[in-house]
Design a protein around this ligand. Structure first.
Ligand code: SF4
Ligand code: SF4
Length: 435
C-alpha cells in the first residue's frame, strides 16, 4: 500500500506539494493507519474546496475545471485517482466517491467541457480480451488469415487465471475479436473459471459457430455465458457460402438449436443470442433476408443487420432493404458522409474502446481498440504489468489526448498505436476528434 501512496504523491500530488501540505499529511496518516480511501477522499475534498488562483502548475481541481484551463491535467488526476480507488477496493461505492469529491461546481463544467469525462471517470470494468485469433473460414473480404500483426494463437487458461487474479476489478470480458473463439482448446476452462470468479463473458463481436462441441454447448449454458453474436451472412447454404467461404450453414443452425435445448434443460435465459447479418452483394436478396428474419424468430434470436466495411456496395433494391432491415443508410460511404455532417468519424465509436473497454490481444499485448488499421501496439504486455499500469502508461494516456484533439500528435512519445492509424490521420485532417 505504501507503494501506492507514493505513486499518488509522485504522479498526482507532487506538483501541489508545497501549496497543499495538507494532502501529504493526510496521505502519510493514511499510510500509517491503512485508511487510504477515506484519506484520499479527504485530500481530494481539500483540493476541491480551495478557491485560490494558480501561478505555477495547477491551482485546485475545481477552480481549474470551472475556468476550463489545464483540463487535461485535471482529467488525468481524477482518472488516475479513481483508477486507484477502483483497483484498491471493490467495496467502495464509486458513485459516492465521485459525488463526494466533485462538487456540482466542479463536475458540471468538466462534463460540459469534455463529454468524454463521464466515461473516463466511470472507469470501465470491461475489457476485450481476444480468446483466439485463428479462424477456419475464409470469408470474402476478411483479411485476418493474412494478417501477421495479431499473430496466430489463443488465450491460455494460465494467462486468463492470472489476468483475473491481477485485475479483480474487471467484471465483464468480451472474448471475440479477430478469430473464432471456439477454436480455443482452453475455452471451457476459461468459461468455468470466469463463472467461478463472477466475471461475465460475452462474444458479441461475432463468432461463426461452425464447430462447437457438445461439451462446449453445455458449458456455455451451465456457466452462464452472457451473450453471443453469431455472424450468419445469408440464410441458406447457398447464400451463406457465397460470403462465408468454407462455412457450413446447417452446422451453425444445428448448433444454435442444441444450445437452445440446453437453455431449456437448465431453464436459463443465457447466453442471449443474436444473428449478425451484413448487407452486401452476396446477401442482399429479398428471399434471403425474409428467410433470415423468419429463422431468427424461430431460433429466438434478435437479428441485427449491418453495413459492410467494404466500399462500393451498390444495393439493387434499396427500398426493400430499408423496409426489411430498418436501416435508413445501406452503404458505408453514405454513413461516412452522415457522420461527417455530425462532426464524427465513422470509426469514432471504435476509438472509444480505448476508454470504455480496452482491447488486449490473446498474447497480452495492449491494443486499446479492436481495429486492424494499424500494425503497431502500445509496446505493453498487460499479462506482465497488469491493466492498471498499462492504461496509466504515458503513451496510452497520450493516445487519449490525441484522440480528443488535445495535443497535436505523439510528439516525442513512442509506441502510440494511433499514430500510424488511418482513423487518427483522418480525424486530424478533418478535425473529427472524439467529443
Ligand atoms: S468468420 Fe470472421 S474471422 Fe473468420 S474468416 Fe469470416 S470474417 Fe474472418
Ligand atoms: S485511432 Fe486507430 S488505433 Fe487509435 S483508437 Fe482509433 S481506431 Fe484504434
Amino acid at each position: 500500500m505504501r507503494k501506492i501512496i507514493k505513486n499518488i504523491i509522485k504522479k498526482i500530488f507532487y506538483p501541489l506539494y508545497i501549496r497543499y501540505r495538507i494532502i501529504i499529511d493526510t496521505l502519510n496518516v493514511l499510510a500509517k493507519k491503512q485508511e487510504k480511501i477515506d484519506a484520499v477522499i479527504d485530500a481530494l475534498n481539500a483540493i476541491a474546496k480551495k478557491q485560490e488562483k494558480i501561478d505555477t502548475v495547477v491551482d485546485t481541481l475545481n477552480t481549474l475545471a470551472i475556468k476550463q484551463e489545464k483540463i487535461d491535467t485535471v482529467i488525468d488526476s481524477y482518472s488516475y485517482i479513481l483508477n486507484l480507488l477502483e483497483f484498491e477496493d471493490n467495496l467502495i461505492n464509486r458513485e459516492n466517491i465521485i459525488k463526494d469529491t466533485t462538487s456540482k461546481d466542479v463536475f458540471v463544467p468538466l462534463k460540459h467541457y469534455n463529454s468524454q469525462f463521464s466515461s473516463i471517470i466511470k472507469l470501465s470494468t470491461k475489457v476485450r480480451l481476444e480468446a483466439c485469433s485463428i479462424c477456419q473460414l475464409r470469408c470474402t473480404g476478411c483479411n485476418m488469415f493474412e494478417d501477421e500483426f495479431f499473430g496466430k494463437g489463443y488465450l491460455k487458461i494460465q494467462d486468463f487465471e492470472k489476468f483475473i487474479l491481477d485485475n479483480n476489478f474487471i467484471k465483464h470480458i468480451e472474448l471475440s475479436n479477430k478469430g473464432e473463439i471456439f477454436l480455443n482448446p482452453d475455452l471451457i476452462h476459461i468459461i468455468k473459471h470466469a463463472f467461478e470468479n463472477n466475471v461475465l463473458l460475452y462474444a458479441d463481436n461475432g463468432v461463426n459457430f461452425n464447430n462447437v462441441s457438445e461439451e462446449m454447448l453445455d458449458a456455455l449454458v451451465k456457466y452462464q455465458f452472457r451473450s453471443i453474436g453469431v455472424s450468419i451472412h445469408g440464410s441458406s447454404q447457398e447464400s451463406y457460402s457465397r460470403y462465408m467461404v468454407n462455412g457450413n450453414f446447417d452446422s451453425v443452425i444445428k448448433n444454435i438449436k442444441k444450445l437452445n435445448t440446453n437453455k431449456k434443460k437448465y431453464n436459463s435465459a443465457f447466453p442471449k443470442l443474436s444473428w449478425r447479418y451484413v448487407l452486401m452483394e452476396e446477401t442482399e436478396k429479398e428471399e434471403d433476408i425474409l428467410r433470415a428474419k423468419e429463422l431468427a424468430r424461430e431460433l429466438d434470436m434478435r437479428i441485427d443487420f449491418g453495413l459492410t466495411f467494404v466500399k462500393g456496395f451498390d444495393p439493387k433494391n434499396p427500398e426493400m432493404l430499408s423496409r426489411e432491415t430498418g436501416l435508413n443508410i445501406l452503404v458505408k460511404e453514405e454513413q461516412e458522409k452522415e457522420d461527417i455532417k455530425h462532426k464524427k468519424h465513422y470509426f469514432g465509436d471504435v476509438c472509444l474502446q480505448i476508454w470504455k473497454e480496452p482491447t488486449i490481444n490473446w498474447d497480452g499485448r495492449l491494443l486499446g481498440c479492436c481495429i486492424g488499421h494499424t500494425k503497431s501496439d502500445f509496446g505493453i504486455n498487460v499479462f506482465k504489468i497488469g491493466l492498471k499500469e498499462a492504461i496509466n502508461s504515458e503513451n496510452y494516456i497520450h493516445a487519449k489526448k490525441m484522440l480528443l484533439g488535445k495535443v497535436d500528435g505523439p510528439g516525442v512519445i513512442k509506441n502510440i498505436r494511433c499514430t500510424n492509424c488511418s482513423v487518427y490521420k483522418d480525424m486530424k485532417k478533418e478535425g473529427l476528434f472524439i467529443k
